[in-house]
Design a protein around this ligand. Structure first.
Ligand code: ASP
Length: 278
């Protein structure tokens, strides 16, 4: 299996992130997961939505790409395909964490749908000096708690790929599909770059964010970081999202216009970095 899918599987298994175990909950308190994957050079892709029992959605997206005649399967059809392919399935309760049950309660009390936890916890209350157990070193750490996960890779021959996996938004309607499984919105890879997005799916879909990075590189001739900066500034509503990207030249770039984005980078020669804030 490609390294990019393995990285996403690891993150899906960690309940800290909004994918697989630890996924954001629907308004009914259930989990509906989605994921997509794209292999740049051949522009092959696979996507899944509405998964309720598949332990690693990204692996099913990969099977859609490799073992089905289609690009995108959803809900009962995707679950049937998972069983045909023999992927690991678990009860829906496996994905539900105590933290997320609490967050759903907060979201319902605030009558809002969350892609992060800013609204109920409030940065304003932090800057106003209100003591909160959720503030560490003066920063509201829970603001960013679970995020969608994604991975972009480029190999020594300049081949790019991308994958994204999510539980979606906390308190979303059942049946809601976000950007993460949509090729061109939350995920895209081609001969030029690989891109994976996180944030408010509706804004990412409106901006066809991932594809725009590739389009700007192709049609405006911009380098990767300039393309990312252009797309974040020109195509994305303020405060809504972010993305990670690699180019066929081995460049790494990211951009976001929300307060922070968990991100990391690792190269073959051992370089590694992890960042959250600007
Ligand atoms: N983009 C995801 C969605 O809207 C949520 C996230 O990135 O946290 O489904």
């Amino acid at each position: 299996m490609g390294g990019w899918a393995i990285a996403v599987r690891e993150l899906e298994t960690d309940p800290f992130f909004n994918s697989g175990r630890g996924s954001a909950l629907t308004a009914k308190g259930t989990v509906e997961m989605e994921a997509s994957i794209m292999d740049g050079p051949k522009r092959r892709c696979g996507a899944v939505s509405g998964l309720t029992t598949v332990k690693n959605p990204v692996s099913l997206a990969r099977l859609v790409m490799e073992k089905s005649p289609h690009s995108y399967l959803a809900f009962s059809g995707a679950e049937d395909f998972a069983r045909q392919q023999g992927v690991e399935v678990v009860d829906n309760e496996y994905f539900i964490t105590e933290d997320n049950v609490g967050m759903l309660k907060l979201a319902k009390e605030a009558n809002t749908i969350l892609f992060d936890y800013r609204i109920p916890l409030g940065l304003e209350s932090c800057s106003a000096g209100v003591e909160s157990p959720l503030v560490m070193n003066g920063l509201p750490i829970r603001v960013y708690a679970p995020e969608t996960v994604g991975c972009v890779v480029v190999d020594s021959q300049g081949r790019c790929a991308a994958a994204t996996s999510t539980g979606g938004l906390m308190n979303k309607m059942t049946g809601r599909i976000g950007d993460s499984p949509l090729i061109g919105a939350g995920t895209y890879a081609c001969n030029l770059c690989g891109v994976s997005c996180t944030g408010e799916g509706e804004a990412i879909i409106r901006g066809t964010l991932a594809r725009e990075v590739a389009a700007v590189m192709e049609y405006k001739g911009l380098g990767l970081q300039d393309a990312v900066d252009f797309v974040i500034k020109e195509r994305l509503d303020d405060g809504k999202a972010g993305l990670i990207a690699v180019s066929n030249k081995g460049e790494v770039a990211y951009g976001f216009n929300c307060m922070g984005m968990f991100r990391g980078c690792a190269t073959e020669d051992g370089f590694m970095e992890v960042e959250i804030w600007e």
